[in-house]
Design a protein around this ligand. Structure first.
Ligand SMILES: N[C@@H](CCC(=O)N[C@@H](CS)C(=O)NCC(=O)O)C(=O)O
Length: 215
C-alpha cells in the first residue's frame, strides 16, 4: 500500500495517526507541497483534486480525502476502533460531527490553495491573511471546547476511554493553532485531550516534525 504524504499536511497527519494506531505498514511517497509537486501530472493522475493525502492499494485502488481514508482503514482494520460501536448510533454521530468541525469546516479554510488565492488573486496582505487563519482556527477550537464541556463521556479523550476520529480532528485543529500562535488558554478541555493523545506514541510519531521529509 502506498501512502502519499507531506510532513506539514494536516490531512496527512490525520491518516498517519490512524495507520500508526492500527499498525498498518505503508510505503510512504513524499509529495512536496512547497515545491507544488501535488500539481504535477504524476500526482494529479492519483488525486485529480491535487490535495494530500492519497492511499493506493497494491491492486491500484486509490483513496482520497482523509475522512474517507480514516473510515476505510477503520473498516478494513477494525482494531483498535476509531468510532464507537454500531450499537451506539448517537455516539458515532457525535464523534463524526466533532471530527468534521476540523476536517470539513476549519481546516479547508486555511489550506495552501486558499492562501495562494489570497496572495495571487485577492492580494490580501499578510496581516489580514493571518487574522483570517487565526479566526477560523479559534472558531473551531471554541466549538470543540463547548462541545466537550457538554459531553459527559469526554475526559482524557473526546469520547470514551480511547481515541476516536474526534481526537484525530482535535489534534489537527490544535496543531495549526500552535503554529499560528493562537491563544490556547481558553481551551482547557481541548488541551487536556491534546496532551493525552500526544502522549501516545501512535500520535506523537505521526507529528509533522517527526516525519523524514520534515525540513
Ligand atoms: N478535505 C481534505 C483536505 C485535503 C487538503 O487540502 N490537503 C492539503 C494538505 S493538508 C493539500 O494537499 N493542499 C494542497 C493545496 O491546497 O494546494 C482531506 O481532509 O483530505
Amino acid at each position: 500500500m502506498k501512502f502519499f504524504s507531506f510532513w506539514r499536511s494536516l490531512a496527512s497527519f490525520r491518516v498517519r495517526i490512524a495507520l500508526n494506531l492500527k499498525n498498518v505498514p505503508v510505503d510512504v511517497v513524499f509529495v512536496d507541497l512547497d515545491a507544488n509537486a501535488h500539481r504535477d501530472a504524476e500526482y494529479r493522475r492519483i488525486n485529480p483534486q491535487m490535495a494530500l493525502p492519497a492511499l493506493v492499494e497494491d491492486d491500484g485502488t486509490t483513496l482520497f480525502q482523509s475522512l474517507a481514508i480514516l473510515e476505510y482503514l477503520d473498516e478494513k482494520y477494525p482494531e483498535p476502533p476509531l468510532l464507537p460501536p454500531p450499537s451506539d448510533l448517537a455516539a458515532r454521530a457525535w464523534v463524526r460531527g466533532f471530527a468534521l468541525i476540523n476536517i470539513a469546516d476549519s481546516h479547508p479554510l486555511i489550506v495552501p490553495r486558499v492562501r495562494h488565492y489570497f496572495d495571487d488573486v485577492l492580494q490580501i496582505d499578510e496581516a489580514a491573511k493571518l487574522a483570517w487563519i487565526r479566526h477560523w482556527i479559534e472558531a473551531g477550537l471554541a466549538a470543540m471546547e463547548t462541545l466537550l464541556a457538554g459531553h459527559p463521556e469526554s475526559g482524557d479523550f473526546c469520547h470514551g476511554a480511547a481515541p476516536t476520529i474526534a481526537d484525530i480532528g482535535l489534534i489537527t485543529q490544535v496543531t495549526p493553532a500552535k503554529n499560528f500562535a493562537a491563544d490556547l488558554a481558553p481551551y482547557a478541555r481541548v488541551m487536556r485531550v491534546y496532551d493525552c493523545c500526544m502522549a501516545i506514541p501512535a500520535f506523537a510519531d505521526a507529528a509533522p516534525a517527526r516525519q523524514p521529509d520534515a525540513e
